[in-house]
Ligand binder design. Sequence first.
Ligand code: SF4
Length: 321
Amino acid sequence: MKWQRLLADAITTADGLLTSLGLDIRHLPEIDNRPDFPIRVPQPFIDRMKRGDPSDPLLRQVLAVSDERHPMPGFTQNPLQELDGPIPGVLHKYRSRVLLIYRGGCAVNCRYCFRRHFPYQNRTLVRHDLDDVVEYLEAHSEINEVIFSGGDPLMADDGALASFFQRLEAISSIRRLRIHTRLPVVIPERVTDTFCQTIASITLPVIVVLHINHANEIDEALINAVSRLRTVCRSILNQSVILAGINDSADDLITLSERLFEAGIDPYYLNVLDRVSGAHHFDVPEEKLQILHQALLDALPGFLVPKLVKEVPGIGHKVLW
Ligand code: SF4
């Protein structure tokens, strides 16, 4: 099935999600049926969940629960203080890199997302803003890398991406493009032939950073999609968020790194949870983070140990934690 159809058919209610997994409200009394941040889960991701298991680690990433409504000190709507870029939809946090909020929507709504309250409606790039972006990049020759973010940048169609890539390619100071996306993970069909041809046709190296938190997210369809991407991209990396109840055990994280490697993906970052309101139930205590990271260092070769990092507002790089 085409990725656009899978996207349009995504499940958007807690009841629909539970029904498709053979669960009911008795198994999950804590669910929130009317969350402010809507539920959205495409079928290929649901297919990787274990039927009848209310603790499934993929289900728990996407199921809204009543805990999200409880305010928690230190957890805020805009934890990274990201609203003020030079142009709406452009964040210039790192000197040599610029981050584009290229599209506002996502194929999946992850409950821990640090942009779950982000005002996408007036801070997302739309067609008429692209001239401003190109002008900004031409005026800032210290920027050599463009990072596509969102939302999910692969919500854009292949034609829009192709024409924008070509405009970026014409800017002499730009040396590479980076695409941060979760879409191929939840809908592997998004890795179309046209998308691969688009990447192959530009001279700039392209790096794709996927977002996978648990080994169960990696199935044959994703492995095939990654293998297509590997033929045209310079590298395929992964970043995860460490999440209580999802992947906060040494076994989970070691298995994830091993599965990523088997799938042709290099572990890159293990992000400490950004303290966004609605996500406090995913927080992992500081001491446990250090213990888990040490367990990875003890068990894995260096190239399979992701860097444990945190984004700190006002600091122009990720902070090693
Ligand atoms: S796909 Fe990424 S941006 Fe979208 S909700 Fe999930 S974590 Fe947030």
